[in-house]
Design a binder for this molecule. Sequence first.
Ligand SMILES: [Zn+2]
Length: 411
Amino acid sequence: MRKPRIAIAGFQHETNCYSLTKAGLAEFEMSDSWPAMLHGQQVISQTLGMNLPIAGFADAAKVAGYEIIPILWCAAEPSAQVTDTAFETITGMILEGLREAGPLDGVYLDLHGAMVTEGFADGEGELLRRVRAQIGENIPLVASLDLHANISADMCGHADYLAIFRTYPHLDMAQTGARCQPMLARLLRGEVLHKAFRPVPYLIPLHAQYTGAPPFSTLYDSLPDLRQRGINADIALGFTAADFPDTGPSCVAYAETAGQAEAATEEILSRFLALEPRVDRSLLSLDEAVWISHQRRDKPLILADVQDNPGAGGTSGTTGLLRALMIGKSKSVLSGLFHDPELAAKSHVAGKSARFHADLGGEIRPARAGPVGMPVRSSFPERWNLPLFWRNVWRRCCDAWKKCCIKAHRR
Ligand SMILES: [Zn+2]
């Protein structure tokens, strides 16, 4: 029996429309905490075993006995809009790969879901529209999305199935890619999956989106119950910094009948609405943060500067919190990370272990705090493995955050 021929590709960007620097082609070509742009078989060999949706899908597809045709995978760090050049070049490469792949039985795409480009507010909607236009209506097109996706009716309309991460911090990226395979198998068997989509009429800031405790754990806990009733549903909590008309949380459902799918999204929407008063949008003022740092000196305390989150398009160069802690004379503070290319260049000129006066951060508009002056000493790690370094920082932050949220919940 002939193996199903499935093309796979990935194009990921989380766009912060308020950020200062755009994502050009170079940002998608270089490696960061994730691999550099991958072509052909590299897509499989260089993501093998990683917690990435495309790696999870490729594994599941291999077990299912599919012939996989890998085309391209790329991602850039969150930033302002994706440039038209980058979007057109990468989309063009994916479409060309699909054309050259020969007869296909299905397509899987590893997307984020909150990409805004210079020319298209709904980046993934446009990408899925072009892929659908090229492969036609009869070839199944499935995609996985980040929990921070801002899903549009267009995205849902062009894809036969959308799977979404169910954890934040994202622990189930590969699992989400893998969840696309059994649904693709159903479509390949000729089953009709009816779909429904509902946007949710309120926004949830990132710091209130933890999925390991209420209120949002209760929403995710309801998904297995729907699954038992034959409905595959998923929830996106949205990414508020990608500012366009479809920004916000939403849910999708797939079922044997349109009525079942519609009823499932109605059910999830009503749960969302009931949770709104329980969403904790509160933030500490700088004075409160400093006060707490003085009170909680018996154990480590983590203060997250949520307005300058480099994992969501922040510049990582603002100094307001550091300045407040210094003025408030907080003790034993480890503050980081700062992105300050000028200071880094100055350190390299000064040499290892050199001591000098530095003005740290704050130079990037629209930071209001300005640079913080301090004596510093240059230090260069012998072997600087940036991807490993960021993975370790991310893992430690996730662990610490999880513990804090669980404690906060218990209180
Ligand atoms: Zn995310």
